[in-house]
Design a protein around this ligand. Structure first.
Ligand SMILES: *Cc1c(COP(=O)(O)O)cnc(C)c1O
Length: 404
């Protein structure tokens, strides 16, 4: 059970006012807010043991190294990876995807096929287009259906011996659709294709088990699950991480260096060139501890209540249309009201202290599919309340009245 009053007290930002009104933060799918324990872990690092890791013999360096590696273990356990060295700490989802794409440039041949879903974030489209340009591989797209789900019948036809890679998000950031990744992975593996799942939007709501999923790569960003920006993970199965070449050259990623020949460090260091976001990694670990203390079952149950209530109340507004109506979705409501431009609604809601996202949500192909310029997206977290949804509905009614 969620005690939302107690949880809200953990988030200092939720006490602030925006434009003279109490903040109603419904932009959680873009970034989540940060609880005090995570803020404390950042302050603690810079106040008490700020030092570079892995190379120092002095106490501060050892403390920082221990905490950083402890964070890696927390991440390993959270995602149930078989080994800690299969967890690469990166700058976030986009960085992780680009690392895999760059690595595959050396493994693909002309005519090989890559499959992506129509529900992708731009960060999951552009790197593959660049990879195809470089290698002569061909990009295929799993189309979407009107309810915001993937057309799995077409996927079954697309995947074949030429398929080398399949990319799909676990949850769509624009619509909240939970995709059938188990089925996608299983089918791809029948043809020995690797699968990368973008978990940026799923991980705030679902605790994934990478071994049970048998997924080859899984990526996510800390800042969407109560952690800081600029840090995330690339989980890769050992065999795949060994097959891929290093992404960047530099310190940390080498075993020996000479001008004749450099040998690379083992996993995970091979992919962690240079000084990492040490503090960010440690705070990522603290964020996972916090979310697990709330409990992902509790989070899922409570957010479903918010989603159902929000959907029911928003649909009472005349002319409001929701995009993404599958039964399995996270607490994201993407909508428009009549022909009113989403940006105009967002600007009025901001005056009322309500933060929503407006636009194409980095997923222009989805907007093109619905033939709309964008949507208003309200995305809920476990620290939101039904009362806040009431404030949104009242604000929307006002906005619609002013703009009609
Ligand atoms: C937010 C998001 C990304 C990008 O994450 P960054 O942290 O900006 O790198 C990628 N995919 C999905 C589905 C997202 O929601």
């Amino acid at each position: 059970m969620i005690n939302v009053d107690k949880i809200r007290a953990d988030f200092p930002i939720l006490k602030r006012q925006v434009n003279g009104k109490p903040l109603v933060y419904f932009d959680n799918a873009a970034t989540s807010q940060t609880p005090q324990v995570v803020i404390d872990s950042i302050v603690d690092y810079y106040s008490n043991y700020n030092a570079n890791i892995h190379r120092g013999v002095h106490t501060l360096s050892q403390e920082a190294t221990d905490k950083y590696e402890e964070a890696r273990l927390k991440i390993q356990h959270h995602f149930n990876a078989a080994h800690a060295y299969e967890i690469i700490l990166t700058a976030g989802t986009t960085h992780s995807i680009n690392m895999v794409a760059a690595g595959f440039a050396t493994l693909l041949n002309k005519g090989d096929e890559i499959i992506v879903s129509a529900l992708e974030h731009h960060s999951n489209i552009v790197p593959w287009q660049m990879l195809c340009e470089k290698t002569g591989a061909i990009l295929k797209v799993i189309p979407m259906l009107i309810d915001g789900s993937l057309d799995m019948k077409v996927y079954d036809e697309l995947v074949n011996e030429k398929t080398k890679l399949v990319f799909c998000n676990h949850v769509s950031n624009a619509l909240g659709t939970v995709n059938p990744i188990e089925e996608i992975i299983e089918k791809a593996h029948q043809f020995n294709a690797a699968v990368l799942i973008d978990g940026a939007q799923a991980t705030p709501h679902i605790k994934p088990d990478v071994q049970a999923l048998d997924v080859d790569f899984y990526v996510a960003s800390a800042h969407k699950l109560c952690g800081p920006t600029g840090v995330g993970l690339l989980y890769g199965k050992q065999e795949w991480l060994e097959k891929l070449p290093p992404y960047q050259g530099g310190g940390e990623m080498i075993a020996t260096v000479s001008f004749e020949k450099t040998t690379y460090a083992g996993l995970p260091h091979k992919f962690e060139a240079g000084t990492p976001n040490i503090c960010g990694g440690i705070a990522f670990g603290a964020a996972l501890d916090y979310m697990n203390s709330v409990g992902f079952n509790n989070i899922a149950k409570y957010e479903e209540e918010l989603l159902n209530y929000g959907t029911q109340e928003l649909l009472k507004i005349a002319g409001l249309k929701i995009y993404g109506t599958t039964a399995k979705k996270t607490a994201v409501i993407s909508f428009n009201v009549n022909e009113i431009h989403p940006y105009d609604i967002g600007a009025i809601l901001d005056k009322l202290g309500i933060a929503v996202r407006t636009g194409h949500h980095c997923a222009q192909p989805i907007m093109d599919f619905y033939k709309i310029p964008g949507t208003v997206r309200a995305s809920f977290s476990f620290y939101n309340t039904k009362e806040e949804i009431d404030v949104l509905v009242a604000g929307l009614k006002r906005a619609v009245q002013m703009l009609s």
